[in-house]
Ligand binder design. Structure first.
Ligand code: GAR
Length: 208
């Protein structure tokens, strides 16, 4: 059984897609052992509780400085003894120590086709605003392993989504979630649980 800790900050629709994937049998051999949020108001916490999953908040506001917050975050994750950490809309830069400790065991979902619209400052709706401002005709989502640089780790899977002339950032965000994110993230977790995802020289291969 793959023990997964899911880190969240907001609405938690990606968390819900994983919960549903496990419940419906699309994601095998996987258990969400804890949901960790940096934001006490995150609706994702309610989703976790409704699904009977332990939800823990580690807010930076409760710590004197960044270092203490990062220590508490790492301790909270470690306590759940995960095999895999999934960042599902987690708006916190992962502490360096955590990245080192869980090398190739942290995955993130990003709402664009990396390397487009990625890196510092590109998160949530801002990604879609930037895509529309640039006038791209195709965008999408990426699931990747997390390394020390923002949105720069080995890419596991990507899915393209069409952009239409009359899209608003909100409309585009919804389409990218529905057509790409909620499909890709459970799919990748299932592949990882099945031991089919390998990282070599910074590149991912998926075994048949
Ligand atoms: C998702 O679109 C996710 O890809 C994005 O935040 C949203 C969270 O939604 N993540 C990033 O932008 C990370 N750089 P959710 O809370 O409903 O899953």
């Amino acid at each position: 059984m793959l023990r997964v800790v899911v880190c969240v900050s907001g609405g938690g629709t990606n968390l819900q897609a994983i919960i549903d994937g496990i419940a419906q049998g699309a994601v095998y051999n996987t258990e969400i052992v804890r949901v960790v949020s940096n934001n006490p108001g995150a609706y994702a916490m309610e989703r976790a509780k409704k699904a009977g999953i332990e939800a823990v908040c580690v807010s930076p506001k409760d710590y004197e400085n960044r270092e203490l917050f990062e220590e508490a975050l790492l301790a909270c994750v470690e306590e759940a003894a995960p095999d895999l950490i999934v960042l599902a809309g987690f708006m916190v830069k992962v502490p360096e120590k955590m990245v080192k400790q869980y090398e190739n065991r942290i995955v993130n979902i990003h709402p664009a086709l990396i390397p487009a619209f990625s890196g510092t400052g590109y998160y949530g709706l801002k990604v879609h605003e930037a895509a529309l401002a640039r006038g791209v005709k195709i965008t999408g989502a990426t699931v990747h392993f997390v390394n020390q640089d923002m949105d720069a780790g080995p890419i596991i899977m990507q899915k393209a989504v069409k952009v239409y002339d009359d899209d608003t950032p909100e409309v585009l965000q919804k389409r990218v979630m529905e057509e790409a994110e909620w499909v890709l993230l459970p799919w990748c977790i299932n592949l990882i649980a099945a031991g089919q995802v390998k990282v070599e020289n910074g590149r991912v291969t998926i075994a048949e």
